[in-house]
Design a protein around this ligand. Structure first.
Ligand SMILES: [Zn+2]
Ligand SMILES: [Zn+2]
Length: 737
């Protein structure tokens, strides 16, 4: 065990003890009678056991009548100190505060009321054995009941068990049931399956036991830790967890920190054999400070592992020494962990940090999601739905896998993972790879040293403005721990802006169809957009970006990791260019749509007439005509103000501009009408079938939610196709008339 950490642990323990924040008290623990040790709640395994429920009659101390209680463990009745009912239970309302006689022990015990009792379990009245059940123990503390242990550490009935003293707990059970029957106290026995806690090591039934344990008085610490989050000194992300944190802090109970285990930080408490003094010290004492006796015994117990973990933010920085790292790094900026240890670990680090360092241990706590399967189910071997990350990495690559996780890590939601989703991002990796090859080829003859000012094209201005937006979106999203939004922003930029548009728009220029200046401007643009894009993508795809970065920079071997993360560049902001480019892109998309709807071959060149409402738009389109000619594959583009619509065209509208795309003479009208009618008939039938299914009550009540969802998606898809086909038909019919 680390010396420094041990030192820190003892220091905190002694400080808490001296300030009256640590005390010894009774506590109920999970005890294994075979291993002779307490085990934590997490180490108890539950096994379903087919046993019985025994109904036992407890007669009133005064007058006639009785209360019947049900129990799965009749042997514990020897230690009963009350019978509890629910305060709202009308059957027992008048009995609260009265007494009953505990059979076999012939002892008066009170009837108490507590919310914990379930009214519809058995008779609604339960026996309370504080020493043998954690819930009863808690109830005993609420009602100040006597706590009597009747079973010892070996599972044997002790001296408090009257006539049953010395019997094993299960032997005693048999004898007690017999005696209850003989005495007329047993009302009935019914088969009952319930969960029995077992020792995870030896499978022996756990025996809850009351013993002396060490506690931390937690309320004052919790109060500070709550206030720190309310004041925003520590922010929990996603914020929804703050409510859970507050709830837990408000209902917190004193923290039992002692454990009966072999491994751990031993409690720094010694007992003097001679005068019984309790010595609490950071260093091992040689003699008793009171009587000078040298026979000292250290407490056998060790500390809960979370006690030392709670000190982690400062103990790892050298505390209690005043080290330089402690001064520099405390409070830390961010803790990333799973929500399942928000209480065990995060809350305790908050409490200890504030108590010891007088400051919060971290400014932000990011609680990450669980990765589940695509249906949202927890992965498990028995369900066979485990997605092995190493296999996925082998199959689709590390970067695709990492990007998928980021893309689906939405705050407050678990990640639903499937191989198909990872494969989808493998295509993204391929896309980037191809775009990079194109970039390297385009920049091959780029003279970086050329200083001449060259004018940027609209596409150049646009892509830089869009890159700016991507930098802004990714940075903001990362700052706010919205990893999915950051991934979506970088994805959108690379795929839908850089690849789909900029590289396509600039192709003719790169291939020498424009002027030398145009090419130089495009090269200059790509020369800065490409590496910036790599840096933006780097947190999500570290390997691919490093590789491309190295290729891009040639002899400059500095890792992309130590480059500066992109910042928004105010010179690149250009709303006017964005707006113009968008209009041009909409026009290209409009022609492409008509091509698709009318099934015009991509290779078929078209003569398009455009009608604008003003000269400004006309001039703008004329200026950037080449983009439309190239990307919409036009033979010619004529732009007129208020042009007359020709016959036999399909019309598209972009803003106030109309585009007329020739159809007659291009498309075989009657053949196309027949084809569309046939397709429409088929879709109508499909749509009818799926709608019928969804209207069927039997189907809706029996089908799994994901099947219903699939059917609903189908209907939506059919409806969309139906509308598209109908519109296309209408257009064609109008033209042939
Ligand atoms: Zn055991
Ligand atoms: Zn002494």
């Amino acid at each position: 065990m680390d010396e420094g950490l041990s030192h820190a642990v003892r220091e905190v323990f002694v400080r808490l003890f001296n300030e009256g924040m640590i005390y010894q008290g009774d506590y109920i623990v999970n005890w294994c009678p075979r291993c002779h040790t307490a085990i934590s709640d997490l180490e108890v395994e539950f096994k379903s056991d087919a046993s019985f429920l025994w109904n036992i009659r407890y007669p009133f101390a005064e007058g006639q009548g009785e209360i019947v209680v049900a129990t799965t463990r009749p042997e514990t009745m020897l230690g009963d100190t009350a019978v509890a009912v629910h305060p709202d239970d009308k059957r027992y309302k008048n009995l609260i505060g009265k007494y009953v006689i505990l059979p076999l022990m012939n002892k008066k015990i009170p009837v108490i009321a507590d919310d914990y009792v379930t009214m519809d379990f058995g008779s609604g009245a339960v026996k309370i054995t504080p020493a043998s059940d954690p819930n009863d123990f808690a109830m005993a503390q609420r009602h100040h009941l006597e706590i009597i242990s009747v079973i010892d550490g070996k599972g044997i009935i002790n001296e408090n068990g009257g006539a049953y003293k010395g019997q094993d707990r299960y032997e005693a059970r048999k004898n007690i049931v017999n005696d209850l029957q003989k005495g007329g106290y047993l009302v009935g026995t019914e088969p009952y399956a319930h969960n029995v806690g077992q020792c995870y090591r030896c499978k022996t039934d756990i025996e809850p036991m009351v013993s002396k344990q060490w506690f931390v008085k937690i309320k004052p610490l919790a109060k500070q830790a709550t206030a720190a989050v309310i004041k925003g000194k520590t922010k929990i992300v996603p914020k929804t967890w703050e409510a859970t944190y507050f709830d837990w802090m408000n209902n917190i109970r004193d923290w039992c920190i002692s454990r009966q285990l072999w491994w751990g930080h031993r409690i720094p408490v010694w007992y003097c054999d001679n005068c019984k003094k309790v010595i609490v010290s950071t260093v091992d004492p040689d003699t008793c400070p009171d009587c000078g006796g040298a026979s000292l015994k250290q407490d056998e117990d060790v500390l809960d592992t979370w006690f030392s973990s709670a000190l982690w933010p400062f103990s790892t920085l050298g505390w209690p020494e005043k080290t330089a790292p402690l001064k520099t790094f405390y409070p830390t900026s961010l803790l990333i962990t799973g929500f399942d240890i928000l209480f065990f670990w995060v809350a305790r680090m908050m409490m200890m940090g504030l108590y010891v360092m007088k400051d919060v241990p971290f400014k932000h706590v990011y609680l990450h999601a669980l990765v589940r399967d695509e249906k949202g189910e927890k992965m498990s071997k028995s369900k066979g739905n485990i997605i092995d990350p190493l296999l996925m990495i082998d199959q689709y690559g590390t970067d695709a896998f990492r990007f998928t996780l980021a893309a689906y890590t939405a705050q407050g939601r678990d990640v639903r993972l499937s191989p198909e989703r990872i494969e989808g991002y493998k295509f993204f990796v391929n896309k980037i790879w191809n775009a990079s090859k194109l970039t390297f080829a385009n920049l091959d003859d780029f003279d970086e040293t050329a200083t001449a000012e060259v004018a940027d094209s609209l596409a150049d201005l646009w892509i830089k403005a869009r890159l700016n937006k991507a930098v802004e979106d990714v940075t903001t999203a990362l700052d706010e721990y919205r990893f999915n939004d950051a991934a979506a922003a970088v994805y959108r930029f690379i795929w839908h802006e850089l690849c789909d548009w900029y590289l396509e728009l600039s192709k003719p220029v790169f291939y020498g169809k424009g002027s030398a200046e145009q090419k130089q401007a495009a090269q200059k643009t790509l020369g800065v957009v490409f590496p910036t894009m790599l840096k933006l993508l780097h947190p999500f795809m570290p390997f691919l970006t490093e590789e491309l970065w190295q290729v891009f920079h040639g002899d400059d071997k500095n890792s992309i990791m130590i480059s500066r993360f992109p910042a928004v560049c105010s010179e690149w902001k250009n709303d006017a260019a964005e707006k113009e480019m968008e209009t041009i892109m909409d026009m290209i998309a409009a022609v492409r749509n008509i091509r698709g709807e009318m099934r015009i071959a991509p290779s078929q060149k078209l003569d398009v007439l455009m009608s604008t409402v003003d000269e400004k738009t006309q001039k703008m389109v004329e200026k950037h005509k080449d983009y439309i000619l190239n990307l919409a594959n036009l033979e010619s583009l004529t732009v007129e103000i208020n042009a007359v619509e020709p016959k036999g065209v399909a019309t598209a509208v972009v803003g106030s501009t109309k585009l007329f795309v020739p159809i007659v003479g291009i498309v075989d009208l009657s053949g196309e009408i027949a084809r569309l009618e046939k397709e429409l008939a088929k879709i109508s039938k499909d749509l009818q079938q799926s709608s019928k299914k969804l209207a069927n009550r039997d189907f809706m009540s029996k089908a799994a939610p994901d099947i219903i969802q699939k059917e609903e998606d189908k209907v939506k898809d059919f409806q969309k196709k139906h509308t598209t086909l109908e519109n296309a038909l209408k257009k064609l019919k109008g033209m042939s008339a």
